[in-house]
Each structure stands twice: as structure tokens, then as C-alpha cells.
Design a protein around this ligand. Structure first.
Ligand SMILES: Nc1ncnc2c1ncn2[C@@H]1O[C@H](COP(=O)(O)OP(=O)(O)OP(=O)(O)O)[C@@H](O)[C@H]1O
Length: 291
């Protein structure tokens, strides 16, 4: 089963929110990364058939995006600003949303909802009104509703926003289990979310595809360009704008910095092996300086 995107384009007036994007995604969790305005939401809304492309096409498990009704049965979507029916209980909201997603038969809905609430750890809250849930609980309920019709492609936008560290880990595990035999497209600004859950990712920037491939391979582009150095206050004040700073931590009376530079920036600087986050920042800067 595959998601195949071919030359997908969405314009608003003369602005390209997505510019001739092509890539393929197989089963498992796939990361979608990019800064604000990259085109992630536009891509997700196109795949969920909430928007129509200006040109290009895409298919999910062989079904073309243009076959809207069929695609909707294959896709589950958790948008970032998803809001529920605040006056309903968790069970009522889930039942209603399952019905809207085409899950027929009361008994089948009950079976799936009980199972999902257990998996997202909301069984105890099943009679609680949605408006009384915490932010993290609402996110979990959001993902449960997106999974209820057992979609082949699950699209989740910033799923760990507002979750505490323990909930984040639980959430990533939940997505990992769900992704068996399906595709989960995980859109995020958080490099760590991608690093800890996905093998492959796609990076968008200003509507263009910047990277598509294994996460580990992204670091290759940054190899030899990441340095650590200990600077005193005067050096730090003088040079803070001279190099792209990846991190700066006060240490004693000076600063321990991690910077991006093509050549050794200081005599005492040490070369460091790039993290995924370094590599991502490096990629973003490269494209910005070329723009
Ligand atoms: N309805 C619209 N009308 C005009 N321009 C739009 C519209 N929707 C999106 N855009 C523009 O298209 C570009 C891509 O937006 P999009 O929301 O897809 O980015 P994003 O990667 O999801 O960003 P964020 O992480 O901030 O949500 C942005 O420049 C945005 O301003």
C-alpha cells in the first residue's frame, strides 16, 4: 500500500502554497517537517479532500484523490485546531463522529470505540463532557476519532502539542502500533517527534520539496559543518551574529556554543557529529541563503 503524490500544486492567486510536489510513502510512520508557511497544512487538507488541487494528482492504495467519497473512507485526519462537541460526553462524541465517518451498526461502533478509548487511555473519562477534558485528553480523543473508521492513511497535525513528556511517549507508541499495515503522516515543527518515530521524512519549505528520504541520511549534508567551542563573554558578544548558532549554553563565565561553519571557526573549536536537528537547521539555512 502506498501514498503516491505527483506534481501536486496548490496556488492562491499567484502564490504557490504547494509547488509541484512529488513523493511516495510506504507503510509506517512518515514525518512531514517544515517551518511556518511551508505548505504542510495545505498538503494535509488536499489529501483529506478538504481542498482541491490546482494541478497534479495523488493516490492512496491505488485510489485517486479525485474519487472523493472513496478517499474519505481511506483517510483519517486530525487537524491542529480540531474542536469537539463540548456539551457531549466522550462516548457520545465518539459515537457521533464514528457515525459521520461511516461506521455502520451500533454494536460495531461500540466495539471500536471501547477498544480505542482503552488504547488512548480515556476509558475512565468516557462519561466526562468533552469541555471538561484537559488539553492532552482532547488531543487523545482527537486521534481516537481519526482512527475510528480504521483508515489506511492517518494524517495527524502536531499531535504532541500540549502533551506532557509522558503523554508524548505514550502517544508516539500508539501511532507506532496503529501504523502497522497503514500509513501515518505525522506533520510537525518538532524535529524530535520525527526522530523518535519515523524512519523517513519529507521536508517542505515555502511550498517546495527540500528533502525526502531516510532521516539518518539528512545528517550527511551537515557533516563537517557543525562545531562546538567555548567562548568567553567578549568573544560571544562580538561573534554571536557572525555564525549561525545552533545552541548556546552559559558555562562558567563564558558560553559553550554549537555553530554551523564551513571551516574551523576558532582555533580551539571541535568538530561535532551533526544531530538531526542540526541537519534540519542546516538545510533550512541553505535554502534561505539561496533564495
Ligand atoms: N486560504 C488561503 N489563502 C491564501 N493563502 C493561503 C491560504 N492558505 C494558506 N495560504 C498560504 O500558503 C502557504 C502555505 O500555508 P500552510 O498553512 O499550508 O503552511 P504550513 O506549513 O501548514 O504552516 P504552519 O506550520 O504555520 O501551519 C502560506 O504562505 C500561507 O500563507
Amino acid at each position: 500500500m502506498e501514498l503516491i503524490i505527483e506534481q501536486l500544486t496548490k496556488t492562491y492567486g499567484d502564490k504557490h502554497a504547494l509547488n509541484q510536489i512529488s513523493f511516495r510513502v510506504g507503510e509506517g510512520i512518515h514525518g512531514l517537517l517544515g517551518p511556518n508557511g511551508a505548505g504542510k497544512t495545505t498538503l494535509m487538507r488536499l489529501l483529506a479532500t478538504l481542498l482541491a488541487p490546482t494541478s497534479g494528482k495523488a493516490s492512496i492504495a491505488g485510489v485517486q484523490l479525485s474519487e472523493k467519497a472513496h478517499i474519505r473512507r481511506l483517510v483519517g485526519y486530525l487537524p491542529q485546531d480540531f474542536s469537539f462537541y463540548p456539551g457531549m460526553s466522550v462516548l457520545e462524541a465518539m459515537d457521533y463522529l464514528a457515525l459521520l465517518s461511516g461506521v455502520k451498526g451500533r454494536a460495531e461502533r461500540k466495539r471500536r470505540i471501547d477498544d480505542l478509548l482503552e488504547r488512548v487511555n480515556l476509558t475512565e473519562q468516557r462519561r466526562t463532557k468533552v469541555k471538561a477534558l484537559s488539553g492532552g485528553m482532547k488531543r487523545r480523543l482527537g486521534v481516537a476519532q481519526a482512527m475510528v473508521h480504521e483508515p489506511k492513511l492517518l494524517i495527524v497535525d502536531e499531535p504532541t502539542a500540549g502533551l506532557d513528556p509522558e503523554e508524548r511517549i505514550r502517544f508516539r507508541r500508539l501511532l507506532g502500533r496503529f501504523a502497522e499495515g497503514r500509513i501515518v503522516l505525522l506533520s510537525t515543527h518538532v524535529v524530535e517527534d520525527v526522530e523518535s518515530t519515523c524512519e523517513r521524512m519529507t521536508v517542505l519549505q515555502k511550498g517546495n520539496l527540500r528533502y525526502h528520504g531516510k532521516i539518518g541520511d539528512l545528517t550527511k549534508a551537515a557533516e563537517g559543518r557543525v562545531w562546538t567551542a567555548e567562548l568567553d563573554r567578549t568573544e560571544w558578544e562580538r561573534d554571536r551574529d557572525r555564525f549561525p548558532v545552533l545552541s548556546a549554553v552559559p558555562e562558567g563565565s563564558g558560553m559553550r556554543v554549537r555553530i554551523l561553519a564551513d571551516e574551523r571557526p576558532y582555533a580551539g573549536a571541535q568538530q561535532a557529529s551533526p544531530s538531526i536537528e542540526d541537519a534540519y537547521l542546516c538545510l533550512m539555512r541553505k535554502e534561505e541563503s539561496l533564495a
